[in-house]
Ligand binder design. Sequence first.
Ligand code: ZN
Ligand code: ZN
Length: 171
Amino acid sequence: MPEPLKNSLTVRCSCGRVQLEAAGAPIISLACHCDDCQAGSLAVEALPGAAPVRDAAGGTPYVLYRKDRVTCIEGATLLKSYKLKDISATNRIVATCCNAAMTMGFDDSRHWVSMYRARFETDVPPLEMRICTKFKAGDSVIPDDLPAYPGFPLKFMAKLVAAWIPMLLRR
Ligand SMILES: [Zn+2]
Ligand SMILES: [Zn+2]
C-alpha cells in the first residue's frame, strides 16, 4: 500500500450530501474556454437549482487531478452522468440532490479527471492559465489576469504527461 497522500481536499455539492475527496497536489488548475466546455457548462447550469460553474469570462475553471486520486466518500448513488450528445466523448457528473456539477471526464481511459473549481470552498488551488480561448463566445472578453492560450499549450500537455508517467510505473 502506498503512503496516504497529504493535503487531501474535500469538495461538496451545494447541499452537502455528495462529497468527493481529492488526494495530493492537483495536476493543474485552469479555465477552459473550448466549445465543448461552454456547451456542457451551460447545460449543467440550466438544471433546476444548479449553481454556476463558469467564470465571468465564460470559461469553466477546473482543478485537474489524477483519476486514481479522486474518490467519492459520500453520496455516490446520487451522482449522475450527463452527456451533451450520445456520441460525445465527454461526460459531466452532477450531484442529483442539488444539481451541482462535480466533475468532467472522458469515456476513454484518459488518466485525469477535471473537478469543477466552483465546488472548492477552502484551499482553492489558484488558476494557472486559460486554454482554448480561440473558442470564446463572440462578446466575451478574456481578461489578462492569467496566461491565455488559443489551444492546448505545451506546458499543459507536459503536466498531463508528467502526471501519467508515475501511474504507468504504478507509483
Ligand atoms: Zn447536493
Ligand atoms: Zn474544454
